[in-house]
Design a protein around this ligand. Structure first.
Ligand code: ADP
Ligand code: MG
Length: 221
């Protein structure tokens, strides 16, 4: 099963509603957190710490949501990005979780760079690799490919994990769509927004029980 993941409209409408709600809730929560800090200066109670930690979690989710649904939420300059270098360092972040996973890095055209928002891309590829790691239950393999073709940079994140059922493919990228008990369902929304904002295309190919490939194509200019 394969689908071209570029339906901006769905993302635009659900994303905008989500961003609007996130914005409205973020301000009162920030103020509650502020008063909680003041309270903690006068009283000490373990419940206050729990409340503080829970508020922090909620705020993190909201900020995440604002970031993924409004790409211009955080202004970021365009810089020259060398994906081969960035992907290599990103993989190091997952080392601890990769004891049962074979990692293959196939990074060709390593001198190619692209003008883009570096932090958005680091987060996007972090999200794709994290999903690949999480898709592998027992043992498996993750392959990261990078090559240059037709004036585009191609990056593939391939895993031999559980795969995605055909009827779930068009849910990917919808904010809060998750099949995981502890998932946020915001990872792919961030990935799609970032790729689209840079004039790129993302495709997914998946077979249940065999694995998934995310293929990102980005114009160099
Ligand atoms: P989360 O990881 O928090 O669930 P994401 O937006 O990153 O949210 O992914 C949404 C859903 O898409 C996942 O819950 C999972 O069902 C599916 N998915 C994404 N990537 C993969 C993958 N590599 N293999 C299998 N399923 C995936
Ligand atoms: Mg994820």
């Amino acid at each position: 099963a394969e689908r071209r993941l570029n339906d901006r409209e769905k993302l635009a409408s659900t994303g905008q509603i989500a961003a609007g709600i996130a914005h409205e809730i973020k301000n009162p929560l920030t103020s509650v957190k502020g008063f909680l800090q003041l309270l903690k200066e006068s009283y000490s109670h373990p419940y206050l710490d729990v409340m503080d930690a829970e508020l922090e979690k909620a705020l993190e989710t909201l900020i995440n949501l604002l970031q993924v649904s409004k790409p211009d939420f955080q202004e970021e300059p365009l810089v020259s990005i060398n994906f081969c270098k960035e992907l290599t360092s990103l993989m190091l972040l997952f080392q601890e979780r990769l004891y049962n996973v074979i990692v293959e890095m196939d990074l060709r055209d390593s001198e190619k760079t692209m003008l883009g928002k570096r932090n958005l891309f680091l987060k996007a590829f972090f999200n794709l690799i994290k999903n690949a790691v999480e898709a592998i239950e027992d043992k498996g393999k993750i392959t990261i490919q990078h090559y240059y073709e037709n004036e585009q940079i191609h990056i593939k994140v391939i895993d031999s994990g559980v795969g995605i059922p055909k009827d779930k493919l068009n849910m990917l990228g919808t904010p809060f769509f998750s099949s995981k008990s502890d998932g946020t369902g915001l990872g792919l929304t961030q990935v799609f927004t970032t790729v689209h904002e840079h004039g790129g295309i993302i495709r997914v190919e998946s077979e249940v029980g065999h694995g998934t490939t995310f293929h990102v194509k980005l114009p160099v200019k």
